[in-house]
Ligand binder design. Structure first.
Ligand code: ZN
Length: 244
């Protein structure tokens, strides 16, 4: 059996990332780790989060926040809070972090999954929240399934189904992939936006072809304190405790 840890939108929240790694390892060994973009941005520990991903030999695609912090896309494309955090992130990235981001691709194929941040049609900016967008995006992938991030909300969509439906998986829920073609989003490790402040992640069992969704608590106030010390925007600090 092969267990693949699915992480997305870590957003430089090292405390949340470490809680997720501990929680996932408690359920058995992890064979591979995939990061679906936005490991940096918003949060206080961008270099440390990228370093963790390197230690894990994680396969990582770039998200809009990596690209902006690196300078590949303009920070002016973001709202003022995100932009402030991006500019700070860009100013503290080490050369190892910059090299790491520079080597990230927008789309990676790991059969039977395609990895992207936003969507296969627009890996940087598109949000897939509903069945309709996922169904339209099927033609942009050469694999059976797609794993993605960007929404900061866990989602499972049977995109090939003629019945339009998308689910918001509950913690502990196991999705059996069966005959459908799925678009699967593990939610956000470091800045959840579904009203649950706990760190969100998922695990693929590539033998059983199931995806399990999880939430784990972490000391939110520790991350908030680190953000205060840096002087990151209050709005970004406060939203962590509400998961909004
Ligand atoms: Zn994000």
């Amino acid at each position: 059996m092969s267990r693949i840890l699915l992480l997305s939108d870590i957003h430089a929240n090292l405390t949340a990332l470490d809680a997720v790694l501990k929680d996932a390892a408690a359920n058995g060994p992890i064979d591979e780790t995939w990061s679906l973009g936005d490991a940096v941005g918003y949060g206080p520990r961008p270099n440390e989060c990228l370093e963790r991903l390197r230690e894990l030999d994680a396969i990582a695609v770039a998200g809009n926040h990596e690209l902006a912090a690196y300078g590949s896309i303009p920070a002016t494309d973001f709202n003022q809070y995100a932009r402030t955090a991006i500019e700070w992130t860009g100013s503290v990235l080490t050369s190892d972090s910059r090299d790491h981001i520079d080597a990230m691709l927008l789309t990676i194929m790991r059969n039977p999954f395609t990895l992207v941040h936003g969507s296969p049609r627009d890996p940087v900016w598109e949000y897939i929240m509903a069945h309709e967008e996922a169904a339209q995006c099927l033609k942009y992938i050469d694999t059976r399934h797609c794993v993605y991030g960007h929404t900061h909300v866990p989602i499972a969509i049977p995109a090939s189904s003629s019945v339009m439906r998308e689910t918001r998986p509950r913690p502990g829920q196991v999705v059996e992939l069966g005959d459908e073609r799925w678009f699967l989003n593990p939610g956000s490790v470091g800045q959840p936006r579904d009203g649950d402040p706990r760190a969100s992640y998922a695990v693929i069992d590539s033998t059983e072809m199931t995806v399990s969704f999880f939430r784990t608590e972490y000391p939110v106030e520790e991350t908030q304190h680190q953000m205060q010390e840096i002087g990151l925007p209050d709005m970004l600090i406060q939203r962590l405790e509400f998961g909004r």
